[in-house]
Ligand binder design. Structure first.
Ligand code: ATP
Ligand code: MG
Length: 438
């Protein structure tokens, strides 16, 4: 009996070769962008102890309430969770390895996150985030740096129309005063609250403000605004961030309803949003989280960071630059006949040794079938090794592709093996120059 096929987990995507090029292009840009701001890479495990998130993110958050992949390690009974975000793990690692011992740190990461959400465009159960965390810096300059850094990434990727929304949620004393008034306000309109809001009314009323329920929007617009409750320190900090953003020419809008999902935030919160992605329009969320390091058992130290949704970012990149950048190789090595296979193997290695991307034909077959493969590979040149070539120490070089302004397709030449690598490199360079050099 033929065994049935097994599909992947819903909401968790395969990255197929046809899509890999745009991902790698973005990842390369991201790496040099992070380096250009002095952020150092950090990689933490995909699995962490569950209490890290319960404590770090707060019990009454969407993520901890209903989105975490949590399971018991059968071997020791420990509760583990697939990371829904990376900030808590990064802070854990920083504390565990005492990375702040010699001063503040700028760190960045990129990798998969897991949330049990309803899959739809821009919302998946395994998705990827690019994030930066500046640990140990208290001033508004670092908040502004992180925001400006995002703007530069959009520019580097050629993206337009991503808008910055900004707010300050103050510190815990300020939120406490606001919270009292907020609860009183919502109590006075209890009939208009939806189920989520009723549940959050006493546990986490601030979160009612970022409800997406259309029925509640007018109610939320008129709710007491946190900014009116900020004291001198928080107010100055927020003013400082805004002044630096104006200095840098980064436009923003103050959004009083922006409160962010995680409990660990304080003062500056921000989101980058776009209209180009349908309902899932938030590309990046971030802010200051001064309380988190102490909440996770560290010596109190301020911190600020952001996380970008990579799938959403790549959707935007695809839309902005619909490049056909499937991976091509430079050379396809075709071979058949007595003694040719070994020779071809050596030739392919020699060509790779001088920096070329080379596919060596595998699986046998006649020259005609092999040339079809060579064409499909996107290679510029085929190197041909037959029985004669193998014996005479000469290889055939055949030009495969013709594009506008070129008359080389179909051209063929015999080249002595000894000078082959150099010949092929020069031929590839010449073709690149024909194309205006790419
Ligand atoms: P949302 O309100 O869309 O659920 P969030 O507040 O839960 O977003 P964050 O935790 O701030 O999102 O994560 C930062 C970014 O990661 C988001 O702005 C988004 O771009 C991306 N992101 C979050 N959840 C998902 C998901 N399930 N699938 C794809 N991208 C996601
Ligand atoms: Mg969410």
């Amino acid at each position: 009996m033929k065994p049935g096929r097994i599909s992947g987990v819903r909401g968790m995507n395969d990255l197929l070769p046809a899509d890999a090029a745009v991902w790698e292009r973005v990842e390369d840009i991201v790496r040099s962008w992070a380096r250009s701001y002095g952020y150092q890479p950090i990689r933490t495990p995909v699995v962490e102890p569950t209490p890290l998130f319960a404590r770090g993110l707060g019990e009454v958050t969407d993520i901890v309430e209903k989105e975490m992949y949590t399971f018991v390690d059968q071997l020791n009974g420990e509760s583990l969770t697939l990371r829904p975000e990376a900030t808590a793990g990064v802070v854990r690692a920083v504390l565990q390895h005492n990375l702040l011992y010699d001063g503040p740190k700028r760190l960045w990461y990129m990798g998969p996150m897991f949330r049990h959400e309803r899959p739809q465009r821009g919302r998946y159960r395994q998705f990827h985030q690019i994030g930066a965390e500046a640990l140990g810096f208290a001033g508004p300059d670092v908040d502004a740096e992180l925001i400006v850094m995002c703007q530069r990434l959009w520019d580097d990727l050629g993206l337009e129309g991503i808008r910055l929304e900004l707010n300050s949620i103050g510190d815990s004393a300020e939120r406490k005063r606001h919270r009292g008034d907020l609860i009183a306000y919502f109590e006075a309109h209890q009939g208009a609250l939806d189920e989520d809001a009723e549940r959050r009314l006493y546990a986490n009323p601030l979160r009612i403000l970022d409800s997406k329920n259309p029925r509640m929007q007018t109610l939320i617009e008129d709710a007491p605004k946190l900014l009116d409750y900020l004291d001198g320190g928080s107010r100055d900090h927020f003013e400082g961030v805004q002044a630096l953003l104006r200095e840098a020419g980064v436009a923003f809008r103050i959004n009083h309803r922006l409160v962010r999902g995680m409990d660990y935030y304080n003062r500056t919160v921000f989101e980058w949003v776009t209209d180009r992605l349908g309902a899932q329009g938030t590309v990046c969320g971030g802010g200051r989280y001064d309380p988190l390091i102490e909440m996770l058992g560290g010596k109190p130290a301020p911190a600020c960071g952001f996380a970008i949704g990579l799938e959403r970012l790549i959707d935007l990149v695809r839309e902005a630059a619909p490049a056909s950048d499937e991976q091509r190789c430079d050379v396809y090595v075709v071979h058949a006949g007595e003694g040719a296979a070994g020779q071809a193997f050596r030739v392919a290695e020699a060509l790779r040794g001088v920096g070329l991307d080379v596919v060596l034909h595998a699986g046998g077959g006649g020259f005609k079938a092999q040339f079809r493969r060579a064409d499909a590979s996107g290679a510029e040149l085929a190197v041909v090794i037959g029985e004669d070539e193998a014996h005479t120490g000469v290889a055939g070089v055949k030009w495969l592709r013709s594009t506008a302004g070129r008359d080389s397709a179909g051209r063929q030449q015999q080249v002595p093996m000894a000078g082959l690598a150099e010949f092929v490199v020069n031929a590839i360079v010449a073709l690149g120059e024909d194309d205006g050099g790419d």
